[in-house]
Design a protein around this ligand. Structure first.
Ligand code: IPM
Ligand code: MG
Length: 361
């Protein structure tokens, strides 16, 4: 069986980490009886350098023709890279926003969990971290402030700028349904995060989430204001199961949650639409400062590839095997620089990929 996968190596450490994920998927395919059929496309700075735009229509068509997209990372140093001298809609990030919208990837799943083997890297006090945590952030990805009307203009002689935050009930309902469905397979709790004490869009969010909750009587729903949630994530992260929230809040909270795990280099993510199609990428950025040095941690991308095999290709056994291989490599004492501590064996990006591939059973 052939799995049609479009790859976006992207910028910074992207090409290195995607190469390792491909290595691991190929090995899993040998054992579990599938052949990945990879096609690369350019996006972000890599595409700007060649085509002058961060994503071409041909690249989108290639992505659409596949069954899943595996991405590394895009973007460069925002103060020094020439990409950031371009107008906003020509910069690397515009490519990412364009592909999310073009493929209707409205549901962004960002797991933030504490790896037992890496508990020492967690920046929380031990009395808090000892409870452990395993949070799934469900971020709405194609609406809100990111895609609302915006403009910069002059009013009364003052430079003025405006961004708008709009949600309709259908956009809220479809992400809420995904959130409850996922919670059902986990600890059956949804924390819906909003700013309903101030924003109309949040008040509608709350009403629609309540309506959806009626179809999931087995799942507990609670509402939490976003500022309180930011605080609770460092005070008592064990209270959360699924965090369901809109685009901008999800962007901010998911970075916070990943930092709280202490191992952002380990965290995968999936962006899904209504079909089996998905885009899978690590939660971290392109780390331009360490690009090309073979020291990046490829694990988040490898785990994203495992999510891809599970969600888009129903290859649950291969996904389990990859996740087990990652655990095993950590047990065996191998670490990349970002998760290194005393007494372990430090390895580079490609070595880490090979060690994981070797451990797939
Ligand atoms: C993310 C990133 C993007 C976002 C940027 C690169 C546009 O921060 O995936 O979280 O804000 O969505
Ligand atoms: Mg972000």
């Amino acid at each position: 069986m052939n799995l049609k996968i479009t790859c976006i190596p992207g910028d910074g450490i992207g090409p290195e980490i995607v190469a390792e994920a491909k290595k691991v998927v190929e090995k899993a395919g040998e054992i579990y009886g599938f052949t990945p059929d990879f096609t690369d496309i350019l996006m972000g700075g890599a595409s700007i350098d060649v085509h002058g735009v961060p994503l071409t229509d041909e690249a989108i068509a290639t992505a659409k023709a596949a069954d899943a997209v595996l991405m590394g990372s895009i973007g460069g140093n925002t103060t020094t890279s020439p990409w950031y001298k371009l107008p906003p809609d020509k910069r690397p990030e515009a490519g990412l926003l364009k592909i999310r919208k073009a493929l209707n990837l409205f549901a962004n799943l960002r797991p933030a969990l504490l790896y037992e083997e890496l508990a020492a890297a967690c920046p929380l006090k031990e009395e808090i971290s000892k409870a452990g945590f395993d949070i799934m952030i469900m971020r709405e990805l194609t609406g809100g402030l990111y895609f609302g009307e915006r403009k910069t203009y002059e009013e009364n002689g003052l430079r003025t700028a405006m961004d708008t935050l709009t949600y309709n009930e259908e956009e809220i309902r479809r992400i809420a349904i995904k959130g409850f469905e996922i919670a059902r397979k986990r600890k059956k709790k949804v924390t819906s995060v909003d700013k309903a004490n101030v924003l109309d869009s949040s008040r509608l969010w709350r009403v629609v989430v309540e309506e959806v909750a009626k179809d999931y009587p087995d799942v507990t729903l609670e509402h939490m204001l976003v500022d309180n949630c930011a605080m609770q994530l460092v005070k008592d992260p064990a209270q959360f199961d699924v965090i369901l929230t809109e685009n901008m809040f999800g962007d901010i909270l998911s970075d916070e949650a990943s930092m709280v795990t202490g191992s952002i280099g380990m965290l995968a993510s999936a962006s899904l639409n209504d079909t089996k199609f998905g885009l899978y990428e690590p939660s971290h950025g392109s780390a331009p400062d360490i690009a090309g040095m073979d020291i990046a941690n490829p694990i988040a991308t490898i785990l994203s590839a495992a999510m891809m095999l599970r969600f888009s290709f129903d290859q649950d056994k291969a996904a389990d095997a990859i996740e087990a291989a990652v655990k095993q490599v950590l047990k065996d004492g191998y670490r990349t620089g970002d998760i290194m501590s005393q007494g372990y064996t430090k390895v580079g990006c490609s070595k880490m990929g090979s060690l994981i591939a070797e451990r797939i059973r």
